[in-house]
Design a protein around this ligand. Structure first.
Ligand SMILES: [Zn+2]
Length: 273
């Protein structure tokens, strides 16, 4: 599932291509992905200019002229990429967004169909109807806020990092990588960790996210860049997906446990409970 670095990568790639372009035609073949009725989108988009593109939590937001905003969420397997008319419109292509004076357009493709497109009016950073606002992400939070938010919660650190109402942007990959970076066991309780260790976790998360963005995110399964290429941070994972492999730091075998119904990868020697 795409997390913060993957969506940030897409925003940075799509922004220079699409900002300033004017929508011409919208083709929508799968109405369920659209949380706004398709006829409205087809009617509203043509003629509107893309003013800015940014990431909010795990959403990619297009701010359009006339105070209309388009929000993309890639769900589990969504892809949003830039392609010309030669790209085959297979059954997983659910929307094609075309622009004036541009042979290429944006294609929304999604095998499992958990991805969604929303529309909102007014300020670009106000959440669309039907979407419960997500919390701030670790790149937006101050160190003090980060520590305070975790300290006042019961529960295990890994589960809290995955909870998008506590903080947004992290999924299984980057939560595991960050906890390893900070040498914190995924089952630790934040209330029992010192402020120093939580501060260390805060900087570890930011470091892992920044590094992942530099590598264009992780392409584990379906995630691709706007030009169809893959991210390569999956080649730099230290614990995620490395069960039974030796820890790059101490050589102990990486373990996998179940936590809140998800797999958690960690080093039992570096990350003591
Ligand atoms: Zn280790």
């Amino acid at each position: 599932m795409p997390e913060l670095p993957e969506i940030e990568t897409l925003a940075r790639q799509i922004r220079p291509r699409v900002c300033g372009l004017v929508f011409s035609q919208v083709t929508m073949t799968e109405p369920t992905i659209l949380k706004t009725s398709a006829p409205i989108l087809k009617k509203e988009l043509p003629g509107r200019k893309v003013q800015t593109i940014f990431r909010q939590a795990k959403f990619l937001v297009f701010e359009l002229s006339g105070k209309l905003n388009l929000w993309f969420h890639l769900g589990m397997t969504g892809q949003l990429f830039w392609a010309g008319p030669e790209f085959p419109r297979d059954k997983h292509v659910h929307a094609v967004l075309e622009f004036e004076n541009s042979p290429q357009g944006l294609i929304f493709r999604d095998i499992r169909k958990f991805g969604k497109i929303f529309m909102s009016n007014g300020r670009a950073d106000s959440w669309p109807e039907g979407v419960k606002p997500f919390a701030k992400d670790p790149l937006e939070l101050s160190r003090e806020n980060f520590i305070e938010i975790l300290r006042r919660r019961a529960g295990k650190i890994k589960s809290l990092l995955l909870n998008q109402r506590v903080m947004s942007g992290l999924g299984n990959i980057y939560a595991d990588e960050s906890l390893f970076e900070a040498r914190v066991h995924p089952r630790s309780k934040p209330a029992r960790l010192s402020a120093k260790r939580l501060e260390n976790l805060y900087f570890s998360i930011r470091k892992v996210l920044e590094l992942a963005i530099q590598h264009g995110g992780s392409s584990i399964d379906d995630y691709i860049h706007a030009d169809g290429r893959r991210g390569d941070f999956q080649n730099h994972h230290k614990v995620y997906g490395r069960e039974e492999d030796p820890c790059i730091d101490c050589g102990a075998r990486i373990r996998r446990i179940r936590l809140s119904g998800r797999s958690s990868f960690f080093c039992p020697h570096c990350q003591k409970f």
